[in-house]
Ligand binder design. Sequence first.
Ligand code: NAD
Length: 330
Amino acid sequence: MNITLIQGDGIGKEISDSVMKIIEASGLQIHWDIVNAGISTLESKGELIPDEVYQSLEKNKIALKAPITTPIGKGFRSVNVHLRKKYDLYANIRPIKNIGKAPALHHNMDIVLFRENTEGLYAGIEERISDDERKSIKVVTRKNSERIIEKAFDYAKQDNRKKVTVVTKANIMKESDGLFLDIGREIAKNYPEIELQEVLVDNMAMQLVMNPSQFDVIVTGNLYGDILSDLMAGLIGGLGLASSANIGENMAIFEAVHGSAPDIAGKNLANPSALLLASCMMLHYMGEYETEAKIRNALETVLSNPSNFTFDLGGKLTTTEFTNKIINAL
Ligand code: NAD
């Protein structure tokens, strides 16, 4: 089977090489169509997203993507946001679950966050009124809100979960977030067995830090989802352990929650677990449940021994050593 692999920037090559080696060791044969986008291709080929990336994605429909650098406060728009919008990958799904003995702030966490992935404040509608005044427009539509909220409720039903928490700031943004919340209330009526909880995003941040086990499935807008999922990653041991899926009707791109980590790039220090967990979400999507379980078990076994931790978890193993531990556990 053919899968597109986007190597990305920063630690991208190190962690994607690790994941490819681990999947190969699991016995599953994947033909990786390796392409690249981002700053590295801009420098080498003069293009941020070469045509071969689009061609590969459109042919294979499934991709594993390492992080891509986006210049902060200037320069080109995010390649990540562009791909999500171009291919209408409307559902960004971010599970958070404790793994092994990773140094978590809370235990018994098992939350899945659904983030609207195509609009909100990431719609990219910004205006420079003058040097001293700028505007960003937040877009919330019925169509895009309905499909992400339905996806969250459908998942809750299929996975026997009890509660869906709709997170907004509808007390202040009465139009945009008000619409999202109204749609949440409408859709919840079709799922009488699932409790609807409404929480404002500021309170949500505090509740997640103090008492995260009260949450089950969360559904929210683009920016809130981005921030809350990083916060939740911090609760289970950091960004090195948080994975993510971008799902549309015809394509799915799987990636880590974290970015390209330029501070540790090229040092063989990165924890490949987040991208590996994203590859497990991909294997699940592909119906490769046995391989998914094998890899998840191997990761759980390795992370159950603190002497196997990479530096982000307080340990000493390099990316290569950690990868070999997982291959041995397989
Ligand atoms: P980041 O996630 O890259 O890094 C934040 C911190 O976490 C850093 O200290 C980093 O060293 C650490 N870290 C991240 N991943 C790690 C890993 N696998 N193992 C060990 N430590 C890890 O966030 P940032 O520094 O804010 O962003 C860097 C770049 O990444 C920016 O250009 C940003 O736009 C981009 N970014 C891309 C994506 C994506 O491709 N989906 C997501 C977020 C950020």
